[in-house]
Write a protein that binds this ligand. Structure first.
Ligand code: SF4
Length: 212
């Protein structure tokens, strides 16, 4: 990213943060992922529980290991867990002190879009955890709700299908065909128009590409 693009992106992120605040979300802009990660660590008190879905942005920032090293207990599912074990983890994450996730899109008018297979993240970002922190790189910006939904299906979901080695049509075509595959990972759309009434939701926008 050259300096001019970085400056233009900073303005777009500033505008998105203003729109998010207009929708009652907390919103801040960070120049780098490292600065955003530092802010997350400051929010997680020693001994706190931190819920985490399959968040590639958090992984890219090294947050799971950093939070554990700082004295938090990270609650997340892992490969090989049974359905019942996952259910237990997801319910515990739902009641965590802090929940970290990343939306697939942040719209210019301050809406947040999530697309999920199981819906554990969907439940958590609406209501449950004491604090919800959503981290979004500049690549998540979308001009409209329609563009955000398009991005969730045709950019984020395709990349996640490839990452998860799913044999769904999009891994061959490179676009979402709204498949009927039993291994489909796109089952629940969460669209936060405004901050849910009793939830503490803070959005950290980052002027770097992060996650899908
Ligand atoms: S083709 Fe299926 S799995 Fe792939 S993005 Fe579309 S709905 Fe999701």
């Amino acid at each position: 990213m050259d300096d001019n693009t970085r400056a233009a992106n900073a303005l777009a992120l500033r505008n998105a943060a203003e729109a998010l605040r207009g929708n009652r979300f907390g919103a801040e802009v960070f120049a780098t992922g490292a600065e955003a990660a530092k802010a997350v660590l400051a929010l997680a008190a020693v001994g706190s529980t931190v819920g985490l879905g399959g968040c590639m942005t958090a992984q890219a920032l090294g947050l799971p290991a950093a939070l554990e090293a700082a004295g938090s207990r990270v609650i997340t599912h892992a490969p090989g867990m049974s359905a019942e074990e996952r259910r237990g983890v997801w319910l515990a994450a739902q009641a965590a002190d802090l929940y970290i996730a990343s939306p697939q899109a942040v719209t210019a008018d301050g809406k947040l879009i999530f697309l999920d297979g199981s819906g554990n993240r969907a439940a958590a970002v609406i209501c449950g955890p004491r604090r919800i922190v959503l981290i979004a790189g500049v690549n998540k910006l979308a001009r409209s709700q329609e563009e955000g939904l398009w991005r969730a299906r045709n950019t984020a979901a395709v990349a996640n299908n490839i990452r998860l080695k799913k044999d769904n049509p999009c891994v061959k075509t490179g676009r979402c065909g709204d498949c009927a595959s039993p291994s489909r990972i796109c089952n629940a759309v969460t669209l936060l128009w405004k901050k849910p009434s009793y939830s503490d939701v803070r959005v950290l926008l980052v002027n770097e590409e992060l996650g899908y």
